[in-house]
Write a protein that binds this ligand. Structure first.
Ligand SMILES: Cc1ncc(COP(=O)(O)O)c(C=O)c1O
Length: 442
């Protein structure tokens, strides 16, 4: 950690969780308030016209920043203290130089992609991705003249490299977008392998920017920037927000890359507001505790599911067997298995729905990463816009259920799953077992 932020006490370099309550905030600028106030303001008063001129010159990149000069506050579509402090704190987890916050994860994705893509370009991406992302890539981007090429998650990059290169056919690829682990299957994509693939697609000295949707494991258990990626991107609605009460997004990366994304953010107006910033500042203080507790709970839940006679397969990173083709990637790029579990119930949609309707503690709702456990049916909910053919190919079956494990006591979560599985009536003949893409063995 901390190429950029080196705060130490004696010889001890402070860890991100120790800096979440203070980093980037000076109480003396806010009447001594220990917490950053909500700067609920659209615009900021300049002391002098010269100041206003200088702030605009820097914000619009009309000249380089002087050695002691700071970016001045101008207008809340450009910057706001709650957002700036939040962005500074977000850089600590991923060890990035800069960050940008958005009013949703989709705004983060759309703004980042549009900052780089132009008509005639190719976007390479892993498949599956979150249903909203899938729709943006497969329906909107082609209308703007961008050709979109997907490759499957859950397999080594060496297995897909040749076919990607053939389909790109020498065209310009400004961005590779991967989502790992993938929503909803938990399939992994090799980040370092993708960065190498990007280098091999470079035209001259122009290589693709590698954007990693790090929503499922980050910013705690996977650090894409340290593996050579350019942007670690989040639906901050999920673990970063963590309480199912705010929708937001974020990107973390090098100063150059984030500057390009933020410039477009200014002009298409996709900056988050101060209230969102304040809520996320509050959430960041407990991020490590929440993600750790949820991950520990999920390990118990996954272990219970894998032995249940009514469960056909369980995709949970903690159950990846050493013989799985992605096991080495898991060891290399993830520090813990997280708290998302995808599993198939014996039967089909009817059995999955019976299970979901019988839950008492776990809520039947989309989204993930919050304090309460949530369960959903990807094929008819988050991924219902994905074509039936793609769902079949990517393992988003009718019997697949995705659970986000919360901070409740794990025994209570398991008790709920147990009674809901018992409520599933015996369906028709048992469907054959599908070999899970990301493992159900230990
Ligand atoms: C992996 C992933 N990326 C992006 C998004 C979109 O984020 P938001 O709903 O905050 O726009 C989601 C939402 O579920 C997601 O799961």
């Amino acid at each position: 950690m901390s190429k950029y932020k080196d705060r130490k006490i004696g010889q001890t370099k402070l860890k991100p969780e120790s800096m979440m309550m203070s980093y980037g905030y000076d109480p003396q600028l806010s009447e001594g308030a220990i917490k950053c106030p909500i700067f609920q303001t659209s615009t900021f008063v300049f002391k002098t016209a010269e100041d206003g001129k200088a702030f605009f010159e820097l914000a619009l990149g009309l000249r380089e920043k002087g050695p002691t000069e700071a970016l001045g506050l101008i207008y809340s579509r450009l910057n706001n203290p709650d957002l700036e402090i939040l962005e500074d704190r977000l850089t600590l987890w991923d060890d990035g130089e800069a960050a940008a916050v958005f009013p949703s994860g989709m705004a983060a994705i759309a703004t980042s992609l549009l900052a780089y893509l132009r008509p005639g370009d190719v976007l390479v991406h892993s498949d599956p991705v979150y249903g909203g992302t899938d729709y943006l890539l497969k329906h909107y981007l082609p209308e703007f003249g961008v050709d979109v090429i997907g490759f499957p998650a859950g397999v080594p990059i060496a297995d897909v490299e040749r076919s990607v290169r053939e389909r790109v056919a020498g065209r310009r690829v400004p961005v590779i977008l991967i989502e790992t682990p993938a929503n909803p299957t938990n399939d992994l994509v090799d980040i370092e392998g993708t960065v190498a693939l990007g280098r091999s697609l470079a035209l001259g000295d122009q290589r693709p920017v590698v954007i990693v949707d790090n929503t499922f494991l980050g910013p705690m258990f996977q650090h894409p920037l340290q593996l050579g990626a350019d942007v670690s991107l989040y639906s901050a609605t999920k673990f970063i927000g963590g309480h199912a009460d705010v929708v937001a997004g974020a990107c973390v990366g090098s100063a150059d890359v984030i500057k390009k994304i933020k410039t477009l953010r200014t002009f298409i107006g996709t900056a988050a507001g101060p209230w969102t910033g304040w809520l996320l500042l509050r959430s960041l203080e407990t991020l490590k505790m929440r993600m750790t507790a949820q991950m520990k709970n999920a390990q118990y839940v996954a272990a219970y599911l894998k032995d249940h006679p009514r469960i056909r397969s369980v995709n949970y990173l903690g159950l990846l067997g050493e013989d799985h083709p992605m096991y080495e990637v898991y060891r290399r790029q993830c520090t813990a298995p997280g708290s998302l579990i995808a599993f198939e119930i014996d039967g089909g949609q009817a059995e999955a729905f019976q299970f979901l309707d019988a839950l008492q503690l776990i809520h039947l709702a989309v989204s993930l990463g919050g304090t309460e456990s949530l369960a959903e049916h990807p094929a008819t909910m988050t991924h219902s816009d994905v074509s039936a053919e793609d769902r079949e190919r990517l393992g988003i079956s009718e019997s697949l259920v995705r659970i986000s494990v919360g901070v409740e006591h794990f025994e209570d979560v398991i008790a709920d799953i147990e009674q809901a599985l018992a409520a599933v009536r015996s369906g028709p003949a048992r469907a054959p077992r599908r070999a899970p893409a990301a493992a159900a063995t230990p």
